[in-house]
Design a protein around this ligand. Structure first.
Ligand code: HH2
Length: 281
């Protein structure tokens, strides 16, 4: 597994778990839609996430929550670009959460140093070429179906084996297209075409994903994985999320994608101390 990620002017060593803070420049994201659509609000929020210890900020302009329909390219660009530009000054690596090659290209030109594609570069036929040409790390996420219908009736034989096989194949496809292994990350896509039991199986056997040899990104923040187990609404999932983040880093996650950076940093620090059997130096 690569020991470090080259993110433009930033180099992130992966000798400890890293935190990706979510900035949704959307009107309709499932947990914070409409709060950070305005670039000034996004910048203020991003500053807080950085102060709390975010290593990467993930900027998205299209909600991929269950039932969401695709946002036209022009609209996604209008949402994302001002935010990427506004955050470039914060001195932290920026990732762009998009399925569209044009958004990848424009965001990287504006300062983004990583691509996060929930369709593993499959949705847009030009995305694989764009990612190879842009030369930035890319996170390949597994999703069964499309956001619009993915939660209607997700089915697998062995969900963990199928997700591992898919991500292994997509990583191989990226390498054939000229993206080196050192720029590939993988993500099981918690909540993307999966029941709560599928999500729990993937979390339970997260080590199998890590064994593929690429850094694993895990995004469970505020999702129904916690909501369904605990019977909690979106705003009440933070304690459950802390447990999930602790579990994730104990079982091989290199990066956790979260909305609440400060509390999740605490969960990571505590988990690491428990793993080491001693406190921080
Ligand atoms: N989850 C969401 C969006 N992007 N990217 C990766 N790599 N992994 C994830 O689990 C993931 C992701 C969904 O969360 P959010 O961005 O908060 O919601 P919405 O899609 O409604 O904007």
């Amino acid at each position: 597994m690569p020991r470090e990620l080259a993110l433009g002017v930033h180099t992130l060593t992966l000798d400890r778990p890293r935190v990706m803070g979510v900035v949704n420049a959307t009107p309709d994201s499932f947990s914070d839609g409409g709060r950070y659509l305005d670039p000034d609000a996004a910048r203020a929020h991003a500053r807080t996430l950085v102060a709390e210890g975010a290593d990467i900020l993930d900027i998205g302009g299209e909600s991929t929550r269950p039932g969401a329909t695709e946002v036209p390219e022009g609209e996604e660009l209008e949402r994302v670009l001002p935010v990427v530009e506004a955050l470039a000054e914060l001195g932290v690596a920026i990732s762009v959460d998009t399925r569209k090659a044009a958004v990848m290209r424009a965001a990287v030109a504006a300062g983004a140093a990583m691509i996060n594609d929930v369709s593993a570069l499959e949705h847009d036929p030009d995305a694989l070429a764009a990612a190879a040409e842009l030369g930035v790390p890319v996170c390949l996420m597994h999703m069964q179906g499309t956001p619009e219908t993915m939660q209607e009736d997700p089915r697998y034989g062995d969900v963990v084996a199928e997700v591992c096989a898919y991500l292994g194949q997509r990583a191989e496809r990226c390498r054939e297209a000229g993206i080196p292994a050192s720029r590939i990350l993988i993500d099981p896509g918690i909540g993307f075409g999966k029941t709560v039991d599928h999500n729990l199986a993937l979390m339970n056997r997260l080590d199998e994903l890590a064994d593929l040899g690429y850094p694993v990104v895990v995004g469970t923040s505020r999702k129904s994985l916690v909501g369904k187990v605990l019977g909690r609404s979106v705003g009440e999932r933070i304690y459950g999320d802390c447990a999930v983040v602790g579990w994730s880093v104990a079982h091989g996650a290199a990066i956790v994608r979260v909305h609440e950076v400060g509390p999740m940093r605490d969960a990571i620090t505590m988990t690491r101390a428990l793993q080491a059997g001693r406190g921080p130096a």
